[in-house]
Ligand binder design. Structure first.
Ligand SMILES: Nc1ncnc2c1ncn2[C@@H]1O[C@H](COP(=O)(O)OP(=O)(O)OP(=O)(O)O)[C@@H](O)[C@H]1O
Ligand SMILES: CC(=O)N[C@H]1[C@@H]2OC[C@@H](O2)[C@@H](O)[C@@H]1O[C@H](C)C(=O)O
Length: 373
């Protein structure tokens, strides 16, 4: 029997809520059917940013924002149903990623007993207001099993994008960037490579009050500062081996400013050009190390629309075919939300959603909790 799921995602970039509708056939084939994006109000965006920072936090703001995100996520799900001419009763479940406000995975200075990750967007509220069973809190079970809690999309990439003819690299460029190496033999590897759009977004926001550098035009107008690039590349994250995951805690405006303090003033456009080069280089180095047999690369996430970044990635990976997930049937902007719709299906069917080889968890785990309608 076929069933329908909704995936709700608000990522590190804070550019809005992505809501995607999938249909899953009796043979488990996933079809991307419909999508909408819903904005975050300036007030909610600024509250979330405050919670992502390490100062001025308070339980009141956390509790209030958790409920507010629950409300806007529920509305996004209802709007998606309306737009797809479906009733809430037609949807088996929502998979809600929520909004990450802190990600402290286990790593060299934090053992798994002290690791935690926090995604907010109250699933009780989503279930109550939408009338749709909601599955949420996907990452914390993996952390409890000594995993990174991220990235979680590799299991979906393997289920949806595997080819029997070739290995494939799926590159997601969101706020952070992550790769999945989907092997033709059924295996999958993956990790966060480091910054995706987050550093370029932060810099243009600080200097030009724009949310992002459209098409990478500003970066393309500047020149790469080699010394600054080398300085950025020394961040320990890039040379760490996986399992590894990261977030705004490690890559943010403060980390840019700390590096700039070592140098005489650098033209802002040159800084942007250098940040784009850093992003492209760290992504491509990670791909070359993970996949030595020139597997083709399929890009997804908002960064796939950054023409200058895409062109630089294609140049650095010139021996490979680089395209995007449109070639695989899902438009780049919707892969993450679709992945959380699919993860909801996994949980509802008591199937694991993590890949222990990716996250480092002690074993496969059924992720999240179910909030019945
Ligand atoms: N035309 C464009 N030119 C340049 N950058 C773009 C363009 N369109 C989108 N982007 C970038 O994509 C970002 C949004 O990407 P996306 O929605 O994948 O992020 P996200 O949901 O926060 O992802 P994640 O959860 O993986 O961090 C924007 O902040 C911007 O940097
Ligand atoms: C903690 C968290 O929210 N991480 C996100 C973020 O955005 C990209 C990268 O960092 C990845 O680790 C993850 O998202 C995707 C959806 C994942 O879990 O696969």
């Amino acid at each position: 029997m076929e069933s329908r799921y909704i995936g709700l995602m608000s990522g590190t970039s804070l550019d809005g809520i992505d809501a995607a509708l999938i249909r899953v056939d009796a043979d488990n084939t996933v079809h991307f059917e419909h999508s909408i994006s819903a904005p975050l109000s300036p007030k909610l965006r600024s509250d979330i940013l405050q919670l992502c920072g390490t100062s001025h936090e308070e339980i009141e703001l956390l509790g209030r924002t958790d409920r507010e995100i629950g409300r806007v996520f529920a509305n996004a799900a209802l709007q998606l149903c309306e737009s797809a001419k479906l009733k809430p009763a037609d949807i088996t479940a929502i998979g809600s990623h929520g909004q990450t406000v802190r990600h402290r995975p286990p790593n060299t200075d934090r053992h798994h007993e002290h690791a935690f990750t926090l995604q907010i967007g109250d699933p009780n509220t989503i279930s109550e207001l939408s009338g749709i069973t909601t599955i949420a809190d996907f990452r914390r079970r993996d952390i409890a099993a000594a995993g990174q809690g991220a990235p979680l999309v590799p299991a979906f990439h393997a289920a949806a994008f595997r080819s029997e003819a070739e290995d494939r690299v799926i590159l997601n460029i969101g706020g952070m960037a992550n790769i999945s190496l989907v092997k033709q033999n059924g295996g999958v590897e993956g990790f966060d490579t480091g910054p995706g759009n987050v550093l370029m977004d932060s810099w243009i926001n600080a200097r030009m009050q724009r949310d992002f550098d459209r098409d990478g035009d500003w970066a393309a107008s500047g020149r790469i500062n080699t010394a600054l690039l080398q300085h950025f590349l020394q961040a320990p994250y890039y040379s760490q081996t996986g399992p590894k995951s990261t977030g705004r805690e490690q890559f943010n405006m403060l980390t840019i400013e700390e590096s700039l303090a070592y140098f005489p003033p650098i033209a802002p456009a040159d800084v942007q050009a250098t940040l784009l080069e850093l992003t492209a280089r760290t992504i491509c180095d990670a791909i070359e190390n993970a996949s030595t047999d020139l597997a083709p690369v399929f890009i997804c996430g908002g960064g796939s629309a950054n023409l200058a970044l895409r062109s630089r990635i294609s140049t650095l990976l010139s021996k490979r075919v680089v395209s995007d997930t449109n070639q695989l049937g899902i438009p780049p902007d919707w892969v993450e939300a679709v992945a959380f719709a699919w993860l909801a299906k996994q949980t509802l069917n008591h199937l694991p959603g993590n890949v222990p080889a990716v996250t480092g968890a002690n074993g496969p785990r059924i992720l999240g909790a179910i909030y019945l309608a």
